[in-house]
Design a protein around this ligand. Structure first.
Ligand SMILES: [Zn+2]
Ligand SMILES: [Zn+2]
Length: 130
């Protein structure tokens, strides 16, 4: 323990920061919620962005067409995934507009593939050439 800590003064140079994936801003780690899935136990998106996203999804949900029985992408009924068995509301991250209802595997898969046409087309091309 050094003198600064003894006197109760925070040493600012020691406050850790992390860059938010969403707003690309460097923020103190206090701005991130705890998240056991990540290697540093912190969310990759800051609390402000999380809150904005939750608000946006609420708004989209209110205006979205009713949840269909089958996934808009694979046309299959939702499978049980973790403890959920629902379709997820999918939105375009560029325009913030409602896009469709996706089952968990499609939603997760698209997210992992980059959630854009270019990278999905690369996956399609890859599969076509096999
Ligand atoms: Zn952010
Ligand atoms: Zn699906």
């Amino acid at each position: 323990m050094n003198l600064l800590q003894l006197s109760g003064i925070e040493d600012n140079s020691k406050i850790k920061t992390k860059v938010c994936l969403k707003c690309k801003t460097e923020k103190p780690i206090l701005e991130y919620a705890k998240h056991s899935h990540y290697h540093d136990n912190l969310d990759s998106t800051c609390k402000t962005c999380r809150k904005n996203l939750a608000k946006l999804r609420d708004k989209l949900r209110k205006n979205a067409p009713p949840m269909p029985k089958i996934c808009d992408c694979c046309k299959k009924p939702p499978v049980k995934f973790g403890n959920k068995k629902n379709l997820c509301l999918d939105h375009d991250q560029e325009t913030n507009q409602f896009r469709g209802w996706l089952c968990e595997p499609c939603n997760t898969g698209m997210g992992l593939l980059g959630d854009n046409l270019d990278s999905l087309m690369m996956a399609v091309e890859y599969l076509k050439n096999k």
